[in-house]
Write a protein that binds this ligand. Sequence first.
Ligand code: SF4
Length: 354
Amino acid sequence: MIVKGWCPGAWRPMMAEDGLILRIRPPEGRLSAMQAQGLAALARKEGQARISLTSRANLQMRGVKPERHEPLLRGLAELGLLDDDEATETARNIIVTPFWQADDGTLKLAHALAEALPEFPALPGKFGFAIDCGARPVLGDVSADIRLERNAAGRLLVRADGSETGDEVTETTAIPRMKALAEWFLAQGGRRMRQLFPDAHKQPGFAPAPGPCEAGILVGFTFGEIPLETLARLGEMRLTPWRMVLLPGVETLPEMPGTILNQNDPMLRVFACTGAPNCAQGFAPVRDLAAGLAAHLPAEASLHVSGCGKGCAHQTPANFTLVAGTEGFTLNGTRAGLDPAWLLSHPGEVFGTE
Ligand code: SF4
């Protein structure tokens, strides 16, 4: 079934100007080398399909012709990247820390949660879970309603998003406790867990840097998009919510199109949606403008260029924003009517550096 909506899945894609948009939720947030190659091959068959990383550590494929949806679903199923049905896909809203280790129980718990979800009550569409029980929590500021973490003593903890404290659990009691918390949430009648905690506790964010790390190499991507030739070559990977993938155990990576390995690369701090013409709501193309301004972006500042006021590409405020409208771009909500050629030739004025 094809619908217009805000949370597309693989079973339930969303229609855009350039074709269908599908979200793919790889089990446990990882792709084997074979799955990555297979996915790249499937996307290539679609002619103009593109694959990007989402802020919930999933993959998005866009540019799929409606008549190709069924064969694509079959291909995803063959790769082990498709849930049995739409209800299972929608409920399996789980983000897993990419930094899990083979012996820390994370994968086992993520798998157990996915298996148990059909027994959970029906939850709102965006309701999600974070399995964040690696050596240190890294998903604290990533959208999730029920979190499985570790306390300072290393013991497992189930915590409602927004709550400062959680309940200590064991590997055996963790999933039943998460289910009980989901039932409690439903009884309160909320839409997201955080709304139930008026003094919501804000977890510190995690600022990953691309390049070598203890677990392997973190690879960033321009605008979060993974070129298909690169996807086919990266090997086994774990998805992250930071427009990066982790290549576990890898020490060096040859140059590949679209990758960012330098933590000082300004493109890491530049966000731009699809914009016009691929998005019907877009008033202007945005990515060339964003890329053209990147080199002039002051150190540590962020830039968000958006095709309309919806701001899909970046949910938190950026230091500089350019939003397209009927009369050109508006800079930082104040200076309106700016055209891309002027913006590109006056970066000093855009960023207040001259
Ligand atoms: S911000 Fe607007 S133009 Fe950009 S993708 Fe979202 S809806 Fe489309």
